[in-house]
Structure formats: structure tokens, C-alpha cells
Design a protein. Structure first.
Length: 277
């Protein structure tokens, strides 16, 4: 993000890096990236959020960006604890709005399901975690040693951008290569694939629906990773959610059309304020 400061906080499983920008009295936003990205994926959206008056915390999950790569199971418990400890570390003692992209959408939904008092609203951008018609299979990647060897070949490809915009693809792929230079990046991704329920958080989405947490979810009509059936499944899980399908867009909405994401967030905040009155 432009015009931001970078910080580290010490949490139970290591140091976590985050980017901070915005006025100290603005509504707090916590941005959580996807599977193989880091806080840099909000380089385009972040400045728009700051200009709109938000106080932005863009965090690097364990194993990504400049955060530590702990040699532990990268499962839902790890990321739930990390977010809880992060909010305490930066003294965010008021409910926050969370923005989650892809796997990050599953992470923030799971967190909201277990910590409803700490979450004001959710903006889910092409969220993972829903129970789709075809279960996710790791194949040989799930087999120790053999999977590790295969991952050395396929990991860089899975971590690359699917953006339709060449400049975005080039930026993302360069950033991925840079963070991969820090030891532990690809092992962290593989541990996540093996231990994080990419299609197994349905009960958390349903819990958020029961809790009444305001939710907006965005899906790309041409997304090759999250099929459009996910939009229907999410709507069934959270009946009051505002679900939008963006035509002619794929998986990298926050990078390819940040203005549309900002519009959706501002509408969500307005709806949240009306609900609170």
C-alpha cells in the first residue's frame, strides 16, 4: 500500500508483519490475503481505503510475506489464534470489519464464527472454505516425502497469479518470487494444503449467518479457482448476505478492480450502520 508504515508484532508462533495506514480515528479494517499471496496484494485497494477514511491493517499470515514461517501445522487453529493475538497486540479492542480474499475469506469467516464479538462485518472476496459439490483432493501432494518432492515442481505454479491483466500478473509473480526467497515459504504452503480445510468451513459460514454478522461476498464470473456455485452455497449459508457476481472478472478482484471492491465495502459499512441504529 502507498503511504503506509510497516511493523512487526511478536505472537505465540513468531513475528507477524503488517502494513498500517490511515487516520487513527478511522473505522478499523483488517485485511487478510489469500493462500500464496501476502499483504502486498492490497497495494491497489489499500490507498483507496485510506482515501475513503478507513484505518487499515494489512497482515501477513504465518508463512507468507515477511511474517515468520513456524514449523507447525498450518491449520485453522493456527490462523484463528494468530488473528486473535494480532488484534490484542495492536490494541484493537473494538469490533473490526475484516476483508478476506480467497483463503483469507475462509480465515476471517472462521474467526468471526468463533469470535463474534470482535467482528463488526465481513467483506468476503472470492472466499474459499465452502463445501462445494466436488471435494478437494490433494492426490500425491498429500503423501509425505513423495508429495514434498512433487511440490518443489508444482508449488511455484500454484502460487502464481490468475489475473487477466498482464501488469498485475507480472507484479504478483515477482512478489511471490521475492517472498519465496525467505526459507519456509513453500513448506508453509504445502502444510496449509494438507491441514487447512479449503472446502471444510461450511459450519463457520452457517454460524456467521445465524449470528447475524453483516456480510458482503464478491465472486468473479470467470474465476477459474472458485466456481460460481460457491455464490449460491454462500447465499444459502448466510441468507442475509449481499452476494455480487462481477462480470468479466476472475479470481484477483482486489488487484484487477479495486474500485469495485471499495464500492462494495462502503455499501456494507452503510448497511452495518443502519442495522446498528
Amino acid at each position: 500500500m502507498a503511504e503506509h508504515s510497516e511493523y512487526f508484532v511478536d505472537l505465540s508462533q513468531g513475528r507477524v508483519h503488517f502494513r498500517y495506514a490511515g487516520a487513527d480515528d478511522g473505522p478499523p479494517l483488517v485485511l487478510v490475503h489469500g493462500f500464496s499471496y501476502a499483504s502486498w496484494m492490497y497495494n491497489f485497494l489499500g490507498p483507496l481505503l485510506v482515501e475513503a477514511g478507513f484505518r487499515v491493517f494489512a497482515v501477513d499470515l504465518y508463512g507468507r510475506g515477511f511474517s515468520d514461517r513456524p514449523r507447525v501445522r498450518h491449520d485453522r487453529g493456527l490462523y484463528n489464534r494468530m488473528l486473535s493475538e494480532f488484534l490484542d497486540a495492536v490494541a484493537l479492542d473494538e469490533p473490526v470489519t475484516m476483508v478476506g480474499n480467497s483463503m483469507g475469506g475462509g480465515v476471517v469467516t472462521d474467526f468471526a464464527a468463533h469470535h463474534p464479538g470482535q467482528v463488526r462485518a465481513l467483506l468476503l472476496v472470492v472466499p474459499a472454505g465452502l463445501r462445494l459439490g466436488r471435494p478437494m483432493s490433494l492426490g500425491w501432494l498429500g503423501v509425505p516425502i513423495i508429495g514434498d518432492l512433487i511440490w518443489r515442481w508444482v508449488g511455484p505454479g500454484l502460487a502464481s497469479s490468475t489475473s487477466k491483466v498482464r501488469a498485475v500478473r507480472d507484479m504478483v509473480n515477482s512478489a511471490v518470487r521475492q517472498q519465496a526467497k525467505i526459507p519456509g515459504y513453500y513448506p508453509s504452503l504445502l502444510s496449509t494444503l494438507r491441514n487447512y480445510p479449503m472446502d471444510g468451513l461450511q459450519e463457520s459460514f452457517e454460524a456467521v449467518g445465524v449470528q447475524g454478522t453483516p456480510v458482503t461476498a464478491l465472486f468473479g464470473a470467470d474465476d477459474a479457482l472458485i466456481p460460481l456455485e460457491a455464490a449460491t452455497i454462500l447465499q444459502d449459508a448466510i441468507p442475509k448476505a449481499e452476494v455480487q457476481i462481477i462480470d468479466d472478472q476472475g479470481h484477483d478482484l482486489a488487484l484487477d478492480c479495486p474500485e469495485l471492491v471499495l464500492d462494495a465495502l462502503q455499501a456494507l459499512m452503510a448497511r452495518t450502520s443502519e442495522t446498528a441504529e
